[in-house]
Design a protein around this ligand. Sequence first.
Ligand code: SF4
Ligand code: SF4
Length: 411
Amino acid sequence: MQTHLADWIRATPEGIEADDILRKCVHCGFCLATCPTYNLLGDELDSPRGRIYLMKEMLEGAPVTGRTQLHLDRCLTCRACETTCPSGVEYGRLVDIGRAVVQTKVARTPWDRFRRWALKSVLPSESLFTVLYAMGRVMRPILPRRLAAKVLVKRDAGAWPTTRHARRVLLLTGCVQPAIAPSIDAAAARVLDRLGISLVPVSGSGCCGAVVMHLDYQHEALAYAKANIDAWWPQVEAGAEAIVVTASGCGTMVKEYGHLLQHDPDYAAKAARISRLARDISEVIGAERSRLASAYAGKDNRRVAFHSPCSLQHGLKLQGVVEPLLRDAGFTLTPVPNAHLCCGSAGTYSILQADLARQLRDRKVDALESGSPAVIATANIGCLAHMDPVATVPVRHWIELIDSRLSAGKG
Ligand code: SF4
Ligand code: SF4
């Protein structure tokens, strides 16, 4: 499409990038069919094409109103539209730029400002979130039903193997996952240990910054990115072969550090290297697939429905990587209709857009359970925590299922 960006943004890095993306869109509308919010609401302005149009108007200098903010807020940033788009429109980058601009032009209500501030203050702080989550578990019986449902039952993480291999990979510990499901990283450490790779948590690393970024605190998000880079850097220079992420949403963010910090003279080169080293756990395990396949003993007849998070299939473009690993482990995968659609978790979307998120979650869980699985597997803590309270079967990270099969083999 033709564009004429306003003077105040045209020559900025964001303006140049947005212009380049906007020009790729040919209005074909293919993306509408795979957009979860268009699917639910049927409003063109809640579709990728409609949102692109709103952002184009705004960047061309048209007055911006709460209407633009509302439709951008309702976007899940699931990036299903990117996967569908035949013209290669990088919608995810465009909406990040668009949201940052809206933020400067439309004031939020005091309540909206407060809850965004509260979320960005609590969620990225692992220590604060862990304390609050532990209190939530204790008080679960007396919490209101909706709040109680957000607090998952504690599960034992099991032992973490000692660091004993020459092959070492670093772990992004993240922010909320260690409190909600410490079993995920521990399972990843055990599976990697079995493959002769030590998974090393690094003190000083923490939240990847994605949750803060999507709450429109973009500068703070970059501060989290820099803190992680600083924490990992000595070990990277000492030969760590990868940075492993067990939450696909966080992995998407770490792989974007290089792009997000490309204009920072102090961090551009380091961030680019970190992004090249970042691996979703499925990439690391997938590279060792043949060795792992021979490690299983006995059988497991459980039926598994795999929910591929948007961040895995649309963000990281890792479609079809986990499923063969689960089949190798002896699980039977059940069919999942509309597997491309978001479950509604999407960072803090399940809190800020609770009604839409609930509808998407209920549809997703119905789809996942339609094949009568014994367990639902996923690859992102947000999806797991969002679906587990309403699913009739357990929801687990897929690496936990692989770990359970290997542990069974030891027996
Ligand atoms: S990111 Fe997802 S919700 Fe947003 S416009 Fe694209 S498909 Fe729709
Ligand atoms: S599919 Fe791509 S080119 Fe077509 S309207 Fe959507 S974003 Fe634009």
